[in-house]
Design a protein around this ligand. Structure first.
Ligand SMILES: [Mg+2]
Length: 117
């Protein structure tokens, strides 16, 4: 078991390129998923991610970072979730970056930082 190798592809990839890649994949297969089915798929893939953590302690979960095979499974489920998120965004013509920015602004208001000084 070697350490999981973290790559920095996030730093050089645009969300629009990933959304286009997902759209191309879907369009080539003539899939026209209903938004409800895509929302269900997100939940199902999230459950698959959760299954990896089923019955393990918090300490064991933290140690997953050092287990290459487990990290591979987590990475795959994370990708499945992200692919369905982008597919839903494509289907409903939602801008993910705008949605995240807007939601983070709301979160900043909702969960304000408390100054202890
Ligand atoms: Mg999966």
């Amino acid at each position: 078991m070697g350490a999981y190798v973290y790559t920095r592809k996030d730093e050089i990839t645009y969300i629009i390129d990933l959304k286009q890649k997902v759209a191309n994949f879907v369009n080539k297969r003539n899939w026209e998923h209903n938004p409800k089915n895509l929302a269900e798929a997100i939940c199902i893939e999230a459950a698959e991610l959760l299954e990896i953590f089923q019955w393990v302690s918090n300490k064991q979960a933290l140690e997953f970072c050092r287990n290459t095979e487990t990290m591979k499974r987590i990475k795959e489920e994370l990708a499945d979730i992200q692919i369905y998120l982008m597919s839903l965004a494509n289907r409903m013509e939602l801008d993910i970056s705008e949605a995240v920015e807007e939601k983070m602004k709301l979160n900043e208001l909702k969960y304000q930082v408390k100054n202890n000084a």
